[in-house]
Design a protein. Sequence first.
Length: 520
Amino acid sequence: MRSSRVLLSLVGVALIGAAASAQTPLKTTRIATGFSRPIWVGSPPNDLHRLFVAEQWTGRIRIIKDGQVLGTPFLNIQSKILTGSERGLLGFAFHPDFEQNGKFYVNYTKSGSNSGDTIVEEYQVSATNPDVADANSGVVMLGPVNQTASNHNGGHIEFGPDGYLYVGLGDGGGAGDTACNAQNGGLLLGKLLRIDVDNGGAAPAGNPFIGNPNFDDLIWAYGLRNPWRFSFDRGTGDLYIGDVGQNAREEIDYVPAASAGGENYGWKMMEGFNCFSTANCSSPPPCNDTSLVLPVHDFSHAGGNCSVTGGRVYRGCAIPGLGGTYFFADYCSDRIWSFEISGGAVTNFTDRTAELAPGGGQSITSVSSFGEDASGELYLTDLGGGEVFKIVANAPSASVDIGFGKTNDIGVEPVLYACGLLDSAHTAELRLRHAPANAVTLTFASLNAVQQPTSGGTLLPDINTSLVFALNTDADGGWTIPAVPGGGGPLTVIVQNLQADPNATFNVGFSNAIRLVFQP
């Protein structure tokens, strides 16, 4: 299935808007609190109603559903994990086909035998409740991987655009990687791994070191100290890695999507752009050797910095002009920055700390992770405060889903949503999810500044008298809202979509309705 994309433009009363620049002002809003050491936040593909939050030491994965934290955890593996220091539940990822197969993955340090070692395990959603996992469905995909200390476990897992699961592991802990594990191809420590979960965790055929007797087949790249959060740009497939430094420098590594793997990110010969050590390394390349992939950005420990938290590239649509901007943070200083990549180099570097401070007596401290929802909007977790914040535009929001219109027995159940900034300077987009390719749809818009939702309804209220237009369109069609009648006050437009669906009542599927408020 693919989503239809309908572009909105507003003609008349000086409301035609140009695209926003990269300087759209930002802010954060706290969407939930009460978590215990949250270290991951994100949504399954195409799920517009739920955010999942992973907690490090409780071993719980919890759900924020339509703004409310559910009382029953999605999964609780506390009995399986060893906690303390940098151990615990460290990573979480949804299978790309989660909608169909219900599979997801966790990375944790195990208790019991092989205590403290890394495990990557597959689980499945309950057959009877989509908000609860089957706790007995666990199947180990990787491990146990021997961890020699309580720190530098890495732990992040994420599916790449190739459909394979990438696993980040630290160098084994201690300080200075005394055994040079990150350069030892026979060990998985200090590496980025790539595994095929649909083949039991085996090495995919394209892994760069298959057949090399000096490297494990699972290794995709090496020379990492502690890759605490990496991410793939959902727009380009480019890879960003936040690699924690030793005592002086923190770094962000960047590799374009075209990479075939095999990169050496330089630890421990280098810490950021600085030379570090070659002690106990077997035939290491020298500092600044051309074989090493140097960071695209590094920063010092000045001003209280101590540990980079790798971030994500913004690919949502609620903040026009921000697309392609990478956000990251420092765990100790609570600073948040952003930059863009152009021609492989950093541009538009910006300190966002003050701009993203929530105010109102709230604060963001100990940023442990960045995440994105199904629409590509960005979130961050506050480890110390147990909070989840969303990065939003400091400007009028696009829409409110007012909910009336959905029925329980429809088949496809199209989901309509809007994003962007609707004022005299901006346009926005209206998008439809779960629309089959080539589906015939009918989009209604109602001009009504005062209408409130009604319970039990399936269509726009007073549709025959308030209809502005009805446009038949395919999944890539578009429509334009007519000129604003009358004065220059805010204009409210209520929008709803209908589409042919043989599984639905009357062979028609109704979407939710959305209220769009245009601010002149």
